[in-house]
Design a protein around this ligand. Structure first.
Ligand code: S3P
Length: 178
């Protein structure tokens, strides 16, 4: 297994914000799978969904993980909210490093994203209902590939960082003790 720190969770769970802070604290660079795909395709995620469809985007996510497995270690990887839904992607994530699932309540996510226009899956008449439906459908996928679940709804960024860094230190101690 590689030594990357992987952040998963629903859209708006704070993967990017937590990843940037971790990146400063741990002096590791950060990769975001959505940004990686956008750069590679020369299109935004919304454009890819509109022009090529969701399935094409999901294939790009799998390709991205395969590529990262070949090229990337000791980094922070923040992944798109729907990426862990595919079984193959969950296996790739486990090989890429330690997976932290940032778990937020649908209400918290709705409050954060109610005016967002960059998530194609939330451009619907009732975004809260969509968030509830999708997060329920995905819970098992998120939980099953997580090494650590971090409840983020009631925690500040500092507290979230403390949990993640503490867990990395415990993991290191365990490895040293054998
Ligand atoms: C998606 C989450 C988005 C992005 C795309 C689809 C999803 O990433 O990959 O809009 O299916 O949950 P973020 O979780 O970074 O918003």
């Amino acid at each position: 297994m590689k030594d990357n720190i992987i952040l998963t969770g629903f859209m708006g769970s704070g993967k990017t914000s937590v990843g940037i802070r971790l990146s400063y604290s741990l002096r590791r660079t950060m990769i975001d799978t959505d940004k990686w795909i956008e750069k590679k395709q020369g299109m935004t995620v919304s454009e890819i969904f509109a022009e090529e469809g969701e399935e094409a985007f999901r294939n790009m996510e799998t390709k991205c993980l395969r590529e990262l497995l070949k090229t990337t270690d000791h980094q922070i990887i923040s992944v798109g909210g729907g990426l862990p839904v595919r079984e193959e992607n969950r296996q790739l994530l486990s090989r890429l490093g330690r997976v932290f699932y940032l778990k937020a309540s649908p209400e918290t996510i709705y409050e954060r994203l109610k005016t967002d226009t960059t998530r194609p899956l939330l451009q619907v008449a009732d975004p809260l209902a969509q968030i509830k439906r999708l997060s329920e459908a995905r819970e098992e996928a998120y939980a099953s590939c997580a090494d650590v679940v971090v409840d983020v709804s009631e925690r500040s960024f500092d507290e979230i960082l403390e949990v993640i860094i503490g867990s990395l230190q415990d993991d290191r101690k365990e490895r040293v003790q054998g």
